[in-house]
Design a binder for this molecule. Structure first.
Ligand code: ZN
Length: 295
């Protein structure tokens, strides 16, 4: 009876959030008072089809880091005196949206010199070839993501890859340096980027978290990858947590709090590991469920 009751509550939560709650949507975990299921997390990340392609108001996050993505798919612009860095082209159809956001902020899309990626899935890197075509930017890829990136070929276009990096490698331009941390699991080359920005006379650690979301069957290799990733994610110095989907750092609520003279809502050290906690709890629950089913 208890079991049936708890399922009922999960269904109600999922219905309220507009998620597709099916009989296969399990397990459910509660982290810091919030209940999550795999479908709830996915719907929180992706939103509707329109959310994935509609411009979100472009804005300065902190220092030289700006948001130029859609309502649910992140794209970040890092501005330097020697040209700019774009992180995540998202879907190819979004490239004109990102272009508009860059110019709405007063920057030139053609000033993009380097294109970085979060991980080799279409919703984050399908537009790489289009960005390369428009800007000539150097496309940087984590070695472990290269095979999957090569499979992302919108309209048959080869995926551009100009520089292959490894865990701990750095990318520098115009006085800004980003460090690539291999945080595998979601993809084998999932990359968490870190940098230090200066704002209001202080330095801040910015962490562009990769997706730490477990999907499908957890093989021993994937379990090893995630275990390493969750541990590493918590060791990264962090004042400003960001992610490949705005929902992973509560972007919309923070954006609403942006006001001249008010504290910067994106400085949120207390919640740097919140998304890691959620994804680790879900990973462990999925792993337990899959191990029980295999017996
Ligand atoms: Zn993904």
């Amino acid at each position: 009876m208890k079991f049936i009751l708890s399922i009922g509550i999960v269904v109600a939560v999922a219905a309220a959030a507009g998620a597709q709650q099916g009989p296969n949507d399990h397990p459910s975990v509660t982290v810091h008072g919030q209940t999550y299921t795999p479908a709830l997390i996915l719907s929180r990340n992706m939103g509707t089809d329109a959310d994935q392609t509609t411009q979100f108001p472009p804005h300065k996050i902190i220092g030289n880091v700006y948001y130029v993505g859609t309502k649910t798919l992140s794209s970040f612009l890092i501005v330097t005196p020697q040209g700019n860095i774009l992180m995540d082209s998202t879907y190819e159809r979004n490239v004109p949206v990102i272009q508009k956001s860059v110019s709405d902020l007063g920057f030139k899309f053609s000033d993009i010199r380097i294109l970085l990626g979060n991980h080799a899935h279409g919703d984050h890197q399908e537009g790489d070839a289009a960005v390369k075509q428009l800007t000539g930017a150097q496309v940087v890829a984590m070695a472990e993501d290269v095979p999957q990136l090569q499979g992302i070929k919108p309209g048959g276009k080869e995926h551009p890859i100009d520089r292959i990096i490894h865990d701990g490698d750095m990318v520098s331009l115009g006085g800004t340096t980003l460090t690539a941390h291999l945080t595998p699991g979601h993809t084998h080359g999932c990359t968490t980027w870190t940098t230090v920005v200066r704002d209001g006379g202080r330095d801040y650690n910015v962490v562009f978290h990769c997706s730490y979301r477990a999907t499908g069957r957890i093989t021993p290799q994937i379990a090893d990858e995630f275990t390493r990733t969750y541990t590493l994610a918590r060791t990264l110095p962090c004042d400003v947590p960001l992610g490949d989907h705005g929902a992973q750092y509560d972007m919309q609520a923070k954006y609403a709090k942006l006001k001249p003279g008010a504290p910067n809502p994106f400085i949120d050290a207390a919640n740097c590991n919140l998304e890691t906690d959620v994804e680790e709890a879900m990973f462990k629950a999925m792993q337990k469920e899959q191990q029980a089913a295999a017996k």
